[in-house]
Design a protein around this ligand. Structure first.
Ligand SMILES: Nc1ncnc2c1ncn2[C@@H]1O[C@H](COP(=O)(O)OP(=O)(O)O)[C@@H](O)[C@H]1O
Ligand SMILES: [Mg+2]
Length: 275
């Protein structure tokens, strides 16, 4: 039984928005447990067995009940984001890493007892396609570790759930395209050729033609659902979720809805090579 409680200093990790009490201790990270912890542990162990190198290893649970993960060395975008965050080479490497993750996650299968999805009142029904794998679903710049200018690992599996490849790629586009009004984006992500970048993402991932054709329709539906889900999390979970809501994330999602409606055609055209 390894001892992780040897009095090394605990250094708070504050890069993310949500997880409180996250610390680095030596070459490990300690995460306070949430309802998803047992599934995330199984998923990370599966990824290790599958030989996937792009995720932290789950080492165990410490005496405070926290999950002990390996600290992944490399560069993570902090706020404000660095200029390199918009580089196309980085974008392509993120899409390739997500493809490798999805391929490794596919053989994990579909655990039968994942925490039930939240269904707040008024939530429009989700897309009809059945889930294909347990996706990461939160591929933000703060959740990708880069080494030598390339995406090397995904961290923060708190939102991992059964999903489709289409929605994984859509999540990459949301953050790295990115989707949204320039005024709502980090200054480093403004004025980019988003349709071109979405095409680079889809090509680097190797997204099927049939998924490309419906991606924007699913993005529009999921964005509408995101407003309800964020509101619900703010009300039920408080903390960082409430803070994000107070800072106007709901209005930002509404503005993104208009943006998606206006850009649906040009992005789909880029994905499918017409127009
Ligand atoms: N296993 C890890 N290896 C390296 N850095 C990590 C690891 N886990 C978290 N971090 C760092 O801490 C930050 C916040 O962690 P994250 O798991 O993303 O929490 P949150 O749920 O708040 O987004 C990350 O952006 C990253 O900089
Ligand atoms: Mg995070």
């Amino acid at each position: 039984m390894p001892s992780w409680d040897d009095g090394q200093p605990e250094i708070p990790l504050t890069g993310g928005d949500v997880t409180e009490g996250l610390v680095r201790v030596g070459d490990t990270v300690r995460r306070p447990p949430g309802e998803q912890s047992p599934w995330v542990r199984d998923l990370l162990q599966h990824l290790e067995k599958a030989g996937f190198e792009g995720a932290p290893r789950h080492l165990g649970v410490d005496s405070a009940g926290r999950d002990v993960l390996t600290y992944v060395e490399g560069e993570v975008a902090g706020r404000p984001w660095p200029t390199w965050i918009a580089d196309e080479d980085r974008l392509v490497s993120v899409a390739r890493l997500v493809r490798a993750y999805d391929d490794a996650a596919e053989s994990f299968g579909m655990p039968d007892a994942w925490p039930a999805p939240i269904e707040p009142p008024g939530l429009p029904p989700g897309p009809a396609d059945p889930p294909q794998l347990v996706g990461h679903r939160d591929i933000t710049p703060e959740n990708v570790v880069f080494r030598d200018g390339k995406a090397a690992a995904l961290i923060d599996f708190d939102l991992a759930r059964p999903t489709t490849r289409l929605e994984e790629v859509m999540n990459v586009m949301l953050w790295w395209g990115p989707f949204g009004e320039d005024a709502d984006l980090d200054p480093r992500m403004r004025g980019l050729d988003v349709p071109r970048r979405c095409r680079l993402i889809a090509d680097a991932y190797g997204l099927a033609e049939s998924d490309r054709a419906k991606l924007l329709a699913v993005a529009i539906l999921q964005n509408r659902r995101a407003w309800h889900l964020m509101k619900h999390r703010a009300e039920k979970l408080g903390g960082g979720w409430q803070r994000m809501w107070d800072e106007g994330v709901g209005d930002k999602i509404q503005r993104r809805q208009d943006w998606l409606d206006r850009h649906e055609h040009s992005i789909t055209a880029a994905l499918l090579n017409y127009g």
